[in-house]
Design a protein around this ligand. Structure first.
Ligand code: GLU
Length: 281
């Protein structure tokens, strides 16, 4: 299979040094392997995605010297394909509608019988017994994690990671997924809007991605993505999660950190070669 990788930014802010590192790493790895480098615009979050950020992505990446195949896949143009996959999961009995607000979830998690609330607890399952036909317009759609884990083949599937921090082969661990991921939202409240994880899994398969190359902050979502691939009969690529570029205080860069935006470096007269030199880790 041809080595095919992608850089998949969300056009919700300026690209910063961390994005430059991710894009250059994927680009260089594709070139070394004489493979393909694709760009994918992950713009399903219509409340935050903006056309001017998308235009800035193309501009910054061109300036960095990257080239990619066209046409570029823009996720906002594929919503019905994602929705079809969500409905397929629903026909397997793995999806239920949920009307809980954040405050309902917080209250259920802090109920005395549940013990003290902890950081990042999964959804407590309040709506889990609701049938799909009870879906109301404002409802989110959640994956029933317990049922989903019973649907995947045994022995449980895994994936190969080549990034230094987690290198090796990893297997899904049901107890961990129930405890940490739980019943995640796969469909948002707006009709035909799916979560990032589902759209990314579908497009990694549609674009025949062989290694997914991205930042280590996304490593934890990989387990859910492997589960979705198996539920949807999609191939599992390999994964390479790279170290994150951090500021001088050790904090990872965020989109709002304008001083590290590629555009700011450009405005200050920094060259693409200097950017490359700055981010070699
Ligand atoms: N769109 C995601 C982001 O900008 C990246 C998703 C991925 O590489 O899988 O953080």
């Amino acid at each position: 299979m041809t080595f095919t990788t992608r850089f998949a930014p969300s056009p919700t802010g300026p690209l910063h040094l961390g994005h430059a590192y991710s894009a250059l790493l994927a680009y260089d790895m594709a070139r070394t392997a004489q493979g393909r480098f694709l760009l994918r615009i992950e713009d399903t979050d219509t409340s935050r995605a903006r056309p001017h950020w998308e235009a800035a992505i193309y501009d910054d990446l061109h300036w960095l010297g990257l080239q990619w195949e066209t046409p570029v896949l823009r996720q906002s143009e594929h919503l019905s394909r994602y929705n079809d996959a969500l409905m397929h999961l629903s026909t397997l009995g793995l999806i239920y509608p949920c009307s809980c607000k954040r405050s309902d979830i917080r209250a259920a998690l802090s109920a005395p019988q549940e013990g003290a609330p902890q950081a990042a607890q999964p959804y407590p399952g309040t709506c889990r017994q609701r049938p799909m036909h009870s879906r109301q317009p404002g409802d989110a759609l959640r994956l029933d994690m317990g049922r989903a884990l019973q649907h995947v083949p045994h022995p449980l599937p895994g994936f190969t990671e080549t990034g230094a921090a987690h290198a090796g082969h990893h297997i899904l661990k049901p107890s961990l997924m129930l405890r940490t991921t739980g019943d995640v939202v796969l469909g948002r409240k707006e009709i035909e809007t799916v979560s990032y994880v589902l759209a990314a899994v579908l497009d990694d398969a549609a674009q025949q991605i062989t290694p997914v190359i991205r930042g280590q902050d996304l490593y934890p979502t990989t387990f859910l993505q492997i589960l979705l691939q198996n539920l949807l009969d999609l191939p599992t690529p390999t994964y390479h999660h790279h170290a994150l570029i951090r500021d001088e205080h050790g904090k990872r860069l965020a989109k709002r950190d304008d001083a590290r935006a590629i555009a700011s470096y450009r405005a200050r007269g920094v060259s693409p070669a200097q950017i490359r030199a700055r981010i070699v880790v």
